[in-house]
Write a protein that binds this ligand. Structure first.
Ligand SMILES: *Cc1c(COP(=O)(O)O)cnc(C)c1O
Length: 384
C-alpha cells in the first residue's frame, strides 16, 4: 500500500480497532501491571512505567506523522527536555537558542548547570553561530524554531550541516509548528521535541511531551532514562491525546487561516506598533519560513503602541481571547510574556531579546474569525 497521507495517518495509525472486541475506539489500558504466564513470559508489557499499550499506540502515530522511526511519549514537554539532558554525559556542552520557551531556559539555567555547560546564542545568525560552534564545540545544539514569543526562525538544514562537522546532535523543539507544518528530521535534525500540551493534543486538557528520532541508539538511551527516572504519561492522558490528534490536520489549517487574517488586521491597526507572524511578508525571515515550514501556524506576537498600562487595558478588555498561559488549544488565548510565561527570564535578558512590556502573544484558536476580530477591536478601542 502507498504511504498514507498525514490526514489519514492521524486517524488510522495506532487507531486500529481493538482486536479482542472489535471496538472501533481503542480502549484505555488503565492498568499498572500485566499478568505473566510464567516468570518472564509476557506479551511485551510488564509494568506501565515502562510500557503501556495505549501509550504505544500514541507513539506509533506520532512517529509516523513526524516522519520518524521512533517516538517516546513523556509526562510533559519539560520532562522530555530533561530526559535529553540526563542522557548526555556529565560535563557536556550545550549551545542553546537565546529565545527559547521560558521553562526550557529555567531548566537549563537553574536545574542542569551543575551537570552540563550551557551557552545561549542567537541561532538565527548563521555566521555568528558557525563561529560559536567551532569555538565552543558543543555536544548538542538546542533549537526552537519559530521561537517563543518572538517567532524568530532558525535554518534547521544549515545548522544541522554545521553540527555534523563537530559531531554535535541537533534537537528541535517543534511545539509551535506541530508535525503538520514542520518536520525537522527531514532537514537533518537528530531529535524533535514536542510539548503535546499544545497543538498536538489541542484541547487544553492534557499535559504531555514527546521526542521523535530515527536513531535506534538514541531511542534506547532515552528509553533507559525514561524508565529509570519515571516521567511516563498516564494511559488516560495518552488516550486523550490520541483522540485530540485525530483532528490535528483540520485544526492546524483552521488555526493558520484565522491567524493570517488576524495578523494582517493587526498590521493595519493604528494602535499597533508592529506585528510578528511568519506568514507576513514583513517577517524578516518570511522566505526561510516558506522554505522549511509547510505553513505558518497559529501564533502571533504584536507590540501595542505604549507600555505596561496600555497592555493591561487591552488584556483586561478582551473577552473571547482568554488571558492564560499555554497555547495551541482550539480556543483563543492571549498572554503577556513579560509578566506571565517569561517571568523566569531576568528583565535585562528579556529586554535585550526584545520582550518588552508592550509585547502581546496570541494563540489564535479556531473560532469564527469575525468574532475574534470583533473581540480584538473592542479591546483595542479601550486602549488610549
Ligand atoms: C509549553 C512548552 C514547552 C514545555 O512543555 P510542557 O508540556 O508545559 O512541559 C516546551 N517548549 C515549548 C515551545 C512550549 O510551548
Amino acid at each position: 500500500m502507498k504511504e498514507m497521507k498525514f490526514e489519514t495517518k492521524v486517524i488510522h495509525v495506532g487507531g486500529e480497532p481493538d482486536p479482542t472486541t472489535g471496538a472501533i475506539m481503542p480502549p484505555i489500558y488503565q492498568t499498572s501491571t500485566y499478568v505473566q504466564s510464567s516468570p518472564g513470559e509476557h506479551k511485551g508489557y510488564e509494568y506501565t512505567r515502562s510500557h503501556n499499550p495505549t501509550r504505544t499506540r500514541l507513539e506509533e502515530c506520532l512517529a509516523s506523522i513526524e516522519g520518524a522511526n521512533h517516538c517516546l511519549v513523556t509526562a510533559s514537554g519539560l520532562s522530555a527536555s530533561s530526559l535529553i539532558m540526563h542522557m548526555l554525559p556529565k560535563g557536556s556542552k550545550i549551545l542553546c537558542g537565546d529565545d527559547v520557551y521560558g521553562g526550557t531556559y529555567r531548566l537549563f539555567s537553574k536545574v542542569f548547570p551543575d551537570i552540563h555547560h550551557y551557552k545561549f546564542v542567537d541561532t538565527t545568525n548563521l555566521k555568528n553561530l558557525e563561529n560559536e560552534i567551532s569555538d565552543f564545540k558543543p555536544a548538542l545544539i538546542w533549537l526552537e524554531t519559530p521561537t517563543n514569543p518572538l517567532l524568530k526562525i532558525s535554518d534547521i538544514k544549515a545548522i544541522s550541516d554545521l553540527a555534523k562537522k563537530v559531531q554535535a546532535l541537533v534537537v528541535v523543539d517543534n511545539t509551535f509548528m506541530s508535525p503538520y507544518f514542520q518536520n525537522p528530521l527531514h532537514h537533518g535534525a537528530d531529535m524533535v521535541l514536542h510539548s503535546m500540551t499544545k497543538f498536538i493534543n489541542g484541547h487544553s486538557d492534557v499535559v504531555g511531551g514527546a521526542i521523535m528520532m530515527n536513531s535506534q541508539e538514541l531511542r534506547d538511551k532515552l528509553f533507559f532514562y525514561q524508565n529509570a527516572i519515571g516521567p511516563c504519561q498516564s494511559p488516560f492522558d495518552s488516550w486523550l491525546v490520541l483522540r485530540g490528534l485525530k483532528t490535528l490536520a483540520v485544526r492546524m489549517k483552521a488555526h493558520e487561516k484565522n491567524a493570517l487574517e488576524i495578523a494582517s488586521y493587526l498590521e493595519n491597526h493604528p494602535k499597533v506598533e508592529k506585528v510578528v507572524y511568519p506568514g507576513l511578508k514583513s517577517h524578516p525571515q518570511h522566505d526561510l519560513a516558506k522554505k522549511q515550514m509547510k505553513g505558518f501556524g497559529g501564533m502571533i506576537t504584536f507590540f501595542l503602541k505604549g507600555g505596561l498600562s496600555e497592555s493591561r487595558l487591552f488584556l483586561e478588555n478582551v473577552k473571547l481571547f482568554a488571558l492564560a498561559e499555554s497555547l495551541g488549544g482550539v480556543e483563543s488565548l492571549v498572554d503577556h510574556p513579560a509578566i506571565m510565561t517569561h517571568a523566569s527570564i531576568p528583565k535585562e535578558v528579556r529586554e535585550s531579546l526584545g520582550i518588552f512590556d508592550n509585547l502581546i502573544r496570541l494563540s489564535v484558536g479556531i473560532e469564527d474569525v469575525g468574532d475574534l476580530k470583533n473581540d480584538l477591536e473592542h479591546a483595542l478601542a479601550k486602549v488610549n
